[in-house]
Design a protein around this ligand. Structure first.
Ligand code: FE2
Ligand code: FE2
Length: 140
């Protein structure tokens, strides 16, 4: 099971997709995951909320790019985001009311492996698509 710290250590080699905005957002996401998992007491819920808001923005940004470029796998990619964001919302509510144990376990056991796969498959495919759609691209 990769930890946020492990994933940040190999970010360059494993998670950069060649889209500067996406790479920046993904790096920020992992930093927030690390800060949240290191937070104790009431700070855990506060950090979890910052992570939730960042993730909501992260997904909305990718979905806007997909819409703007008529991305064929938009609905599949968006459904994957929605499932994760829905879970994150529920765990955030629990964490904010001092019931953080399940949220903490979900972050380390589920969210990190979800991101590992999502970045390497769905986001990687989206980054390749956006590259082709860039003005001046040799292939587009
Ligand atoms: Fe992403
Ligand atoms: Fe995504």
């Amino acid at each position: 099971m990769p930890s946020p710290n492990d994933m940040l250590q190999c970010f360059e080699a494993s998670y950069t997709l060649g889209n500067a905005e996406m790479d920046k957002t993904h790096h920020e996401f992992l930093v927030l995951c690390l800060e949240t998992s290191n937070a104790q007491g009431a700070e855990f819920g506060e950090k979890f909320k910052v992570l939730f808001e960042h993730t909501s923005q992260h997904f909305a940004e990718e979905e806007a790019w997909m819409k703007a470029t008529s991305y064929p796998a938009l609905s599949e990619h968006r459904a994957n985001h929605q499932r994760t964001l829905g879970d994150m919302d529920r765990f955030c509510q629990r964490a904010l009311t001092g019931r953080g144990a399940m949220a903490r376990a979900w972050l380390s056991d589920n969210l990190m492996s979800w991101f590992d796969l999502h970045a390497k498959t769905m986001d990687s495919a989206l980054a390749a698509h956006l590259k082709l759609k860039q003005p001046g691209s040799q292939d587009g």
